[in-house]
Design a protein around this ligand. Structure first.
Ligand SMILES: Cc1cc2nc3c(=O)[nH]c(=O)nc-3n(C[C@H](O)[C@H](O)[C@H](O)COP(=O)(O)OP(=O)(O)OC[C@H]3O[C@@H](n4cnc5c(N)ncnc54)[C@H](O)[C@@H]3O)c2cc1C
Length: 340
């Protein structure tokens, strides 16, 4: 185990006694990074009466849970959370700190990084450990975190590296890192830490919360039928919905279809939508721009329907149907129903 570098940390997002999927995905990625570096993987678990979530974190690969419990940490508000995390960073000097790129993570991570002057790479799509040589100074840094993400509208994939010692901080969107299989026999250590907050840090009081649960679960869907600009109109999206219903799947969409107002943004798949890995993804009238493929090309089986035989979507499709979706989809529905 390395003596010099700090551990890998994951901020655990929890709500109503449930850990956010993205936090578990980051624990799985964090395990990989910690093993590569020869350090420990530690979870930052903040809240009130949340200790019981530790076993789940151990089962996904955490060595330790750093537990900060206090009634003032429930529900989440950014100032106390940022204070507790910054204090822990100053005391324990982690090497890497990962947050989910959720509403909470996007509010919290920049506050922590700016107070620590640590730098933060948002929306990473991959994380790797490698050595880095600064081309200007020729100085080489060992075992740095390669923070990989699309840049310039997805036209390039940038690798961002910190050349200083503060925690290397990143956010990652849900669904980007793979969720491993938990091992319930895995055990770990819980370290309880004290919570010290000033009056100014607890000045925000949550009086009432109204939660609107999402009606669609694209990330949990095993089958997704997605429509793009080739669907042609809002009314014609009914075809996509019909196929999804026949197959027992969810409806996805490209950004062009969302921008056209044919379907809600919750359905958007891709770089600025959600990342999905269903067993079956049917792309209908979607050209397959890199920003769309970034959110679906890990699907187990991809069927693409497109009138253009040169459409880029065919480069990642397992089955290519060159044809008009207005003809092909009704045939698919009929064939599926006949088989049933
Ligand atoms: C920063 C940034 C982020 C982005 N994020 C996303 C994102 O998250 N998700 C995303 O999807 N896009 C994203 N985009 C947009 C992306 O670049 C593309 O513009 C978009 O994916 C195109 O959507 P589309 O394939 O539906 O439309 P088009 O590119 O217009 O393709 C329509 C396709 O339909 C086919 N077609 C037409 N008629 C029929 C028919 N009757 N039957 C069958 N096929 C037909 C055409 O041949 C064509 O291939 C992003 C862009 C930027 C710059």
């Amino acid at each position: 185990m390395s003596q010099n570098i700090g551990n890998v940390w994951v901020f655990i997002e929890q709500e109503a006694g449930k850990i956010a999927n993205v936090s578990l995905e980051l624990v799985c990625k964090g395990r990989e990074l910690a093993d590569r570096l020869g350090v420990k993987l530690e979870a930052l678990l903040l809240g009130d009466n949340v200790a019981h979530l530790s076993d789940t974190l151990f089962s996904y690969g955490c060595d330790k849970v750093i537990l900060a419990e206090d009634p003032r940490l429930e529900p989440f508000t950014v100032l106390p959370y940022a204070r507790v995390i910054v204090n822990l960073i100053l005391e324990k000097k982690p090497n890497i700190l990962m947050f989910g790129a959720t509403l909470k993570g996007r509010e919290l991570a920049p506050r922590v990084s700016s107070e620590k002057k640590a730098g933060l790479t948002a929306d990473c799509t991959d994380l790797q450990i490698d050595d880095f040589t600064d081309v200007r100074t020729k100085e080489t840094f060992k075992d740095k975190l390669m923070q990989i993400r699309p840049a310039f509208g997805g036209n390039i994939i940038a690798t961002i590296v910190n050349s200083w010692d503060d925690p290397q901080m990143v956010t990652v969107r849900e669904g980007v890192m793979k969720l491993g299989t938990p091992d319930p026999t895995r055990k770990g250590e819980i370290e309880k830490v004290s919570v010290e907050l000033t009056e100014a840090e607890t000045v925000v009081k949550v009086i009432e919360r109204i939660r609107a649960d999402k009606e669609i679960d694209l990330q949990g869907a095993q089958i997704i039928v997605a429509g793009g600009y080739g669907v042609g109109s809002k009314a014609n999206f009914k075809l996509i919905e019909d196929l999804a219903e026949a197959l027992g799947g969810e409806v996805g969409a490209s950004r062009a279809a969302v921008d056209a107002g044919w379907i809600d943004h919750d359905h958007q798949i891709g770089q600025t939508g959600v990342t999905v890995r269903p067993r079956l993804y049917i792309a209908c009238g979607i050209s397959g721009a890199i920003q769309h493929r970034a959110g679906m090309d890990d699907s187990k089986k991809i069927i693409a329907i497109n009138t253009d035989p040169d459409a880029p979507i065919f480069s990642c499709a397992h089955y290519a149907i060159v044809g008009d979706l207005n003809t092909v989809i009704p045939m698919m529905i009929k064939a599926f129903k006949a088989k049933q």
